[in-house]
Design a protein around this ligand. Structure first.
Ligand code: PMP
Length: 356
């Protein structure tokens, strides 16, 4: 039986992506070769890379606006240091919004390159909300934020107006909701949530912000080198890029980000309504900052955990235990998770109520 997969990432992808990926592992484009054994320089794979990069810009509404989409290695965690390496001037400084573990990791890496200013933090409240009133130093080389905090279940609903370059880690909510993406100068995301399997990292960079730091940048960390090489500076993650292309094609065929956003809103409304209604549960994030991707919640009485755990496992649900820093449960409702799976979880929460 196929599970209702609530994993926080790597996570559920569309069934058709699994099927097409499996077929390409056996015979890619009727070439008699597996996608796993072809050269990244082959005509067929160059076409995959080109289409994937173009589709990213198309779906984000950034075509012809001076952006480049790159597929790289190293995960979002390598972007934590590529960002300051490419954008922080020698003796410069950068401002960060500290909204969770990943934001904090980004700050730690930036400190290797220069001064970091934490514009605001919700650490004292175990990152249960998104700070709203803060100022960004006008002389910062950039401002960095995390649009969705995967562990703590919070999501930025608006982004600051600022004159400094805006950088965003969108690892766990990219392609899930309509935003004016042209507000951002650099967006990055590990592929393994809404885009594809683990192993590729997406960076969408406005070219005009690059080349201004005055520092020497090692080649593999240099966005300009990756742009010049059309995302083939070294051997790319061929299979993750291919599976990402399939997911992007699936999203386009559904009607793009605005279409999936409506479904994501329905899924989140269904689950949060039950969390708020059911006296056995409580949410952990401030209501106005709740994430539509990762819903974090607790049982009011831990004694009910064994029965709840038994019920959701029996219903074929997988991947909802919360991260150790929040505890309880985390239901990750990425793009490919169907509304029906959320209904199954809600039914189990109701069933628990009848059994207590
Ligand atoms: N940022 C966010 C918001 C994340 O959720 C994660 C991983 N879950 C990361 C960064 C780190 O990503 P990676 O494992 O690709 O380095």
């Amino acid at each position: 039986m196929k599970k209702h997969n609530y994993s926080a990432g790597p996570c559920i992808l569309p069934q058709e992506v699994f099927e097409k990926s499996a077929a390409a592992i056996l015979d890619f484009n009727h070439s008699g070769l597996s996608i796993l054994e072809i050269s990244h320089r082959s005509k067929d794979f160059v076409a995959v890379m080109d289409e994937a990069r173009a589709l990213v810009l198309e779906l984000l509404g950034l075509e012809g606006k001076g952006y480049q989409a790159l597929f790289m290695h190293g995960g979002a965690s390598l972007e934590f240091l590529m960002v300051p390496c490419n954008l922080m001037k020698q003796d410069g400084k950068a401002a960060y919004l500290d909204t969770g573990t990943w934001a904090n990791n980004a700050i730690k890496e930036a400190k290797f390159f220069g001064e970091t200013v934490v514009a605001a933090s919700s650490k004292e409240a175990n990152y249960s909300f998104i700070p709203k009133d803060f100022s960004i130093p006008a002389d910062a080389d950039y401002f960095h934020c995390t649009s969705n905090n995967t562990i703590f279940g919070t999501q930025m609903k608006s982004f600051p107006e600022t004159n400094v370059p805006l950088v965003c880690d969108m690892s766990s909510d990219i392609f899930s909701r309509t935003i004016d993406f042209s507000k951002f100068d650099l967006i990055y995301a590990g592929a393994q949530k809404n885009m594809g399997p683990a192993g590729a990292t997406l960076a969408v960079v406005k070219e005009a912000i690059l080349g201004k730091t005055g520092r020497s940048i090692p080649s593999m960390l240099d966005y300009q080198k990756h742009i010049a090489a059309e995302s083939m500076y070294n051997t790319p993650a061929v299979f993750p890029v291919y599976a990402s292309l399939l997911t992007l094609q699936w999203l386009k065929s559904l009607g793009g980000i605005s279409a999936i956003e409506k479904i994501n809103e329905q899924k989140a409304a269904l689950l949060y309504t039950e969390i708020d209604r059911n006296p056995l549960f409580k949410g952990t994030a401030n209501i106005e900052d709740r994430s539509n991707m990762n819903a974090t919640f607790l049982l009011n009485d831990e004694a009910h955990a064994p029965l709840f755990d038994e019920l959701w496992k029996k219903a074929g649900i997988s991947g909802i235990p919360g991260h150790r820093s929040v505890g309880g449960y985390r239901a990750s409702m990425y793009n490919a998770l169907p509304l029906e799976s959320v209904q199954v979880l809600v039914d189990v929460m109701k069933e628990l109520e009848t059994k207590i």
